[in-house]
Design a protein around this ligand. Sequence first.
Ligand code: NAP
Length: 341
Amino acid sequence: MRIALIGYGVVARNFHEIIEEKKDEIKKRYGIVPKIVAICDRGGYVHSRRGLSYEKLVKVKEETGTVASYEGGIRGARGIDMIDEVEAEVLVEASVANFENGQPALDHIIRAFERRMHVITCNKPPLALAMPSLIEMAWHYGVEFLYSGTVGGGTPFLSFTSRALRGNNVKSIRGILNGTSNYVLTQMLERNLSLEEALEEARRLGYAEEDPTLDIGGFDAAAKLVILMNHAMGERVTIRDIKISGIEHVTLDMVKESLKRGRVIKLIARSSPKPQVSAEEIDVNEPLNVGGTLNAVSFDVEGLGEVVLIGRGAGGRETACSILRDLVELKDRLSLKGLWT
Ligand SMILES: NC(=O)c1ccc[n+]([C@@H]2O[C@H](COP(=O)([O-])OP(=O)(O)OC[C@H]3O[C@@H](n4cnc5c(N)ncnc54)[C@H](OP(=O)(O)O)[C@@H]3O)[C@@H](O)[C@H]2O)c1
């Protein structure tokens, strides 16, 4: 399976490393021989029909800052140029997340569809902004579109609904979908820290970005809610349909007052009655009351009632693992259609 990769940051490098480490096992267990034939970063791209060496690429990237310095690489070329040039079955889009307009990832995904390439992505904004259209486009071009790494790379919430709950309708979703804000709220509750102090600690420990607006402001959770609603409930929503507020206004006094009433404040993403993300009080005994950086999602399932899944969010390694899961899923889907040779 020939793979073209956009981005060579934390996730993409971890993915390349995993493919390298586990290639014998992947071949033996799943019958897949993955070959990375092209990689692009901001400096340009490199393409080799024979496949690109992981050791050489990492060295070149570290020494020169771009994969385009690899033998035969093209400096200054863009992701779109690489997609037009490359002969590959799959595009893995792991470039930077841009919540303003989803670019450049959105264009990469669409161009790959047009070239009849299957797409795997861990990039949330294109889906948050245009998931219903992207799903239709993939269908139109007869290609597969997989995105496990966008929600719960560390805990497979998405495949839980599409695999384990097959045949059972998910009526609504409610959950904690952002580990950073959950960490901050937990530290406020357990250690009497102010929001600023808890946030500073989250930064120091690498749980929060230098600019944590997307996490604390609820946008990351809203993007994940959009993806879950489209995937698990068949709702055709985008982030514009979600009412979003964050936890910036939550004070230590509010947290303490809630606890006196047997309740805790959490950043909750919910699909109903109207899709929204906001700081809410929940009962301390609710299964959704998870601490630290944990995520938790409660699915209201027809015939089953409430099903709750709790687990870790994702770092670079977990997200890379989710791309591998998508690769295996892709092979299964193509086999079912008689398209796997
Ligand atoms: N890291 C995680 O834990 C995690 C978890 C879930 C989802 N994600 C998502 O996965 C994606 C990758 O994350 P990451 O942590 O690997 O990010 P990263 O380390 O910042 O890497 C981003 C990569 O994208 C490349 N890039 C930026 N603009 C580009 C452009 N115009 N054309 C081509 N390449 C471009 C960068 O190139 P340069 O190397 O030249 O700068 C870099 O290699 C993001 O969308 C992120 O939100 C990450």
